[in-house]
Design a protein around this ligand. Structure first.
Ligand SMILES: Cc1cc2nc3c(=O)[nH]c(=O)nc-3n(C[C@H](O)[C@H](O)[C@H](O)COP(=O)(O)OP(=O)(O)OC[C@H]3O[C@@H](n4cnc5c(N)ncnc54)[C@H](O)[C@@H]3O)c2cc1C
Length: 372
């Protein structure tokens, strides 16, 4: 008989796993307290970048490349193939490491003149610009819904209820009074993991805002690519689907008090985003603010996922899946594919995602520079 699983959480990680297991004929119950990709979840924004460059880290580069393939397989319309440009402020920094790794893996990349990519762009602080032409933008919330719906189409049962772990997560107590059990229980609860499993997980849940500015049509994606200024700690993209040019200040924000609290963008961050807009893209310095989104990161100390059995559960029945640290869209479907094998013990789990001492602390995966 195929194994059974309860997957709690319908953000990108839980939905990708529910989809993967259901399509492998597992008997899957997928529990979500609100709706897949709802606005309070980490996965609730319209768009996310997907890129393979991860500095010197080849594992993440390969996993992201595989995830891109899987997103396109799910629905090509989810991916806007705009490319992603890396603004390298140093000749020998993170981007140069990434360039070496991408080239060694055969992932297309090239040094380009950014003036050919953007209608206006400041370049006097850049050593070079690296373009990943096959990277791009994901229609993120649509993607989460598509994964969760495909899981149901493959036989998963979706349950709308809030879950509380019992017996170190082996039993799933629902707020409708039911208690679910299965061969395997996987908790993929994003920022809520900190409260549910704070005794075994060390996650920082931080407030992160993104800002959308209204711009002329020549700033539309895919003509204008996504971009990352790693040392500046900003990222963004051209205008996707008329939402506006997106600017994301990527400094780690303050701790978020409550995931259910009102979501108001931070006026200080808004000023920082506008300053960057004018600094990097002078022609649109005065573009009107047309939207904001308040979101959260679930940060681990080394910016890597946690994908590990619950330490109290020695038979590997209960798994914790989270610690997205700003990355889960560019890896989600590929991580789910691997996690299925780890749960079945047909392949050893990746030590760098464990809760033990094998985690590495040497490579930075997200931007982390000094703000302007
Ligand atoms: C501003 C911002 C920009 C980002 N940019 C990128 C990017 O460009 N590229 C990229 O790859 N990633 C990016 N990320 C990161 C990515 O969005 C997150 O890593 C990802 O969405 C986290 O997914 P998740 O499934 O772990 O958590 P979530 O999306 O938060 O999902 C968790 C789900 O679990 C449910 N849940 C929680 N507790 C319970 C419970 N007790 N019972 C039932 N259900 C429960 C929640 O309701 C929620 O739906 C960004 C994040 C932010 C905030």
């Amino acid at each position: 008989m195929p194994p059974s699983a309860v997957v709690v959480g319908a953000g990108v990680l839980g939905s990708a796993l529910a989809d993967r297991l259901a399509r492998s004929d597992w008997s899957v119950t997928h529990v979500e307290q609100y709706a897949p990709g709802h606005v309070r979840s980490g996965s609730g924004d319209e768009s996310r970048l997907i890129r393979s460059a991860h500095g010197a880290d080849a594992t993440h580069a390969q996993m992201s490349r595989r995830a891109l393939e899987l997103w396109k397989e799910l629905d090509r319309r989810l991916v806007c193939e705009s490319g992603v440009a890396w603004f390298a402020r140093r000749p020998d920094g993170w981007e140069a490491d990434a360039e070496r790794v991408l080239t060694s893996l055969g992932i297309p990349n090239e040094r380009v003149d950014p003036a050919e990519l953007f209608p206006s762009v400041r370049t006097d602080d850049l050593a070079f610009t690296l373009l990943e032409p096959e990277a791009g933008l994901l229609r993120a919330r649509d993607g989460v819904r598509a994964l969760a719906d495909r899981a149901v189409a493959a036989g998963a049962e979706r349950v709308t209820a809030a879950a509380t772990p019992q017996d170190d997560g082996a039993r799933v107590a629902l707020d409708d009074g039911r208690v679910l059990e299965a061969d395997h229980v996987i908790w993929a609860c994003g920022g809520w993991m900190a409260a549910l499993f704070g005794d075994v997980l060390d996650l920082r849940i931080t407030h992160q805002d993104v800002y959308y500015f209204g711009v002329p049509g020549r700033w539309a994606a895919p003509g204008v690519p996504g971009w990352v200024d790693f040392d500046g700690a900003f990222y963004g993209m051209g205008d996707l689907d008329g939402r506006g040019v997106k600017i994301g200040p990527d400094q780690e924000g303050p701790a978020i008090d409550s995931l259910d609290a009102e979501r108001r963008a931070d006026p200080t961050l808004e000023r920082v985003a506008r300053e960057y807009l004018g600094y990097r893209f002078p022609d649109i310095a005065d573009a009107p603010l047309v939207g904001t989104r308040v979101c959260q990161y679930e940060m681990t100390s080394d910016e890597r996922f946690v994908v590990a059995p619950h330490p109290a559960c020695t038979d590997g029945r209960v798994w914790l899946l989270g610690g997205g640290s700003g990355h889960a869209f560019k890896h989600g479907p590929a991580l789910a594919e691997r996690l299925e094998r780890w749960i079945l013990a047909s392949e050893p789990a990746e030590p760098m995602f464990s809760l033990g001492p094998d985690r590495r602390h040497d490579v930075q995966l997200r931007t982390g520079g000094t703000p302007l």
